[in-house]
Design a protein around this ligand. Structure first.
Ligand code: SF4
Ligand SMILES: [Zn+2]
Ligand SMILES: [Zn+2]
Length: 353
């Protein structure tokens, strides 16, 4: 029986990158301490009194919701809301939305649902069929971000927390770096400056490895969804995941080092690529050019996206989703407790635009 390095009770995990064995209580404390530190560094609580958490029902977003609640709900002047985006992927974690709704209800947090079908005009399954063999993740990522930003704005949130963990962040850094997309590297969250119309994103779990988020969810008894998106296999991000996991196995601490290096370089990157003033797109989303990527993609799909036809390339901000922040598949509009955000007239169906 291996003992906790701190108290001598039975250890539940071994943290390879720092050589410590931790019992359940000390492991939870270890995770919570880092999340508190991230929230302190990322969130100006005097300015952000309403925090929306993007919660899919997967482990990471559920942990993010629970910890944001644990840490901030004591403050009477702070409101916490949950937002779930339903991309419409049949058979994909059909219970996820229900679990997000149930956790929100247990915590006394208002839960909002926004769907691709309403906001984008079609489901991810529709889009995937139109794309043929191409991965739909690039489209999914852009449309999901638009849905989340729009929903957060409409409920009056001043910050949007997502469940991205250390693995996700390290993969995104490496992806942008190897693609030479330095400007995107400079714009990665957390967003410390407020831009009109763009709800700043915060990442409370950005220094918590995926394995630790998973164990934390289990130890806290969170009922999370753990299935995988059917389109996940095609996601480019998987290659980066394999590379980084291999490096971490050989040299524990690599993921933290990637993040630390990025944080050291970030001020220089932001100096080189300062935020440009955003202009409102016709759909209401802010964008540097005045025409947002979601509208560009909607138009591509409308003009070219017929089955078997090649769709013009677009930026690939794909996000892998497995058991975490992927948003549930089936609309749960009848779920008790969940509020379906009313359709916004600015987001008519793509066919009508
Ligand atoms: S893997 Fe993630 S980004 Fe790709 S289609 Fe599925 S939910 Fe969307
Ligand atoms: Zn202990
Ligand atoms: Zn737009």
């Amino acid at each position: 029986m291996v003992q906790c390095s701190k108290c001598g009770r039975t250890a539940v995990t071994y943290i390879r990158y720092n050589g410590s064995h931790l019992c359940s209580a000390h492991f939870q404390e270890y995770v919570e301490r880092r999340v508190k530190k991230e929230l302190r560094g990322q969130l100006d609580i005097d300015k952000s009194k309403h925090i929306a958490v993007a919660v899919s029902g997967g482990k990471d977003s559920c942990v993010a919701l629970l910890l944001v609640h644990d840490i901030l709900s004591q403050r009477r002047d702070v409101t916490i809301s949950a937002i779930t985006v339903d991309e419409g992927i049949a058979g994909y974690r059909p219970g996820a939305l229900e679990k997000a709704m149930r956790l929100s209800a247990d915590l006394g947090i208002e839960h909002h649902v926004v769907s691709f079908r309403e906001r984008v005009g079609r489901t991810m399954d529709d889009i995937s069929a139109e794309l043929g063999h191409r991965t739909p993740c690039a489209y999914c990522g852009v449309f999901r971000r638009q849905c989340m930003n729009d929903a957060a704005r409409r409920i009056g949130a001043q910050a949007l927390a997502t469940g991205h963990n250390l693995d996700d962040v390290a993969q995104a850094i490496l992806m942008n770096f190897t693609r030479g997309d330095v400007e995107r590297l400079a714009r990665m969250g957390p967003h410390l400056k407020v831009q009109p119309g763009l709800i700043p994103r915060i990442l409370p779990l950005r220094s918590v490895p995926e394995k630790e988020a998973y164990l934390y969810a289990l130890l806290r008894g969170i009922d999370f969804e753990d299935s995988t998106c059917p389109y996940w296999e095609a996601a480019m991000r998987n290659e980066y995941r394999d590379i980084i996991d291999g490096m971490e196995a050989r040299s524990p601490g690599t993921k933290h080092s990637i993040l630390a290096s990025y944080d050291a370089l970030r001020p220089l990157l932001q100096e080189k690529y300062p935020q440009t003033a955003l202009r409102l797109c016709g759909c209401g989303e802010p964008s540097p050019s005045g025409r947002c990527m979601a509208c560009v993609m909607r138009e591509e799909l409308l003009l070219n996206g017929r089955p078997g036809q090649k769709v013009p390339s677009a930026a690939d901000p794909s996000r892998r989703h497995r058991g975490g922040r992927s948003q549930g598949s089936r609309p749960s509009r009848t779920s008790p407790g969940a509020r379906v955000l009313p359709s916004c007239s600015r987001y008519g169906r793509a066919e009508e635009r």
